[in-house]
Write a protein that binds this ligand. Sequence first.
Ligand code: C5P
Length: 227
Amino acid sequence: KENLIIAIDGYSSTGKSSMSKIIAKNLGYTHIDSGAMYRAVTLYAFQHQYIVDNKIDEQALITNLSDIKIEFKQDLTTQKNLTFLNGENVEADIRTMKVSKMVSPISEIPAVRDYCVALQQQMGEKGGIVMDGRDIGTTVFPHADIKIFVTASPEVRAQRRFLEYQQQGKDIPLVEVLKNVNERDYIDSHRTYSPLRKADDAIEVDNSNMNLEETVNKVMEIINSKK
Ligand code: C5P
């Protein structure tokens, strides 16, 4: 079978996006980072003052959801995926701690999920995609050809995210990064509407003791064995 749909779900900072990007490249597929959409919606809410002092004006956001246009484009020189919000490149703005702190409460709103899920289904309908997120194998593509569920210990994940911030010149204390990772995991797995959980037919990969290359090799093995 060609043009498979590959769903890669799991906890925050397990390296889902990095591995999905490489796997998509190996297969000649498109990588879609579904978390970037929830982050873009969160940024939009900040831009329009629908989030003030950590309080979300849900009604205002829901009313204006149709005004949000999210697109992905590839930077031709660096080959990086870039996220565009209403025509503006927001790739850096959606990765800040400010957005990370509010993205899980925003993602709990059913209308926000419906909006992002519809966009994800539309982008992936033809197959030939690797999509990473929280509910891709359970809700977005329950019939995905291959489902991977990635886990790692919270400490390992926080350490990875901490180093990423350091490389970007952002000095965020490790405890704060760990707190954010734990809070997002808690909200993501306890929300009533489409929570983060392993699909029954997903294969779990714990990469606490694996680096990116080893994780990619492991997942490629799984894909090749199922193709
Ligand atoms: O993947 P990333 O960590 O960038 O996602 C940011 C947040 O977006 C997650 O913590 C989660 O709250 C939300 N999300 C989601 N469903 C997805 C992808 C992301 O709820 N499929």
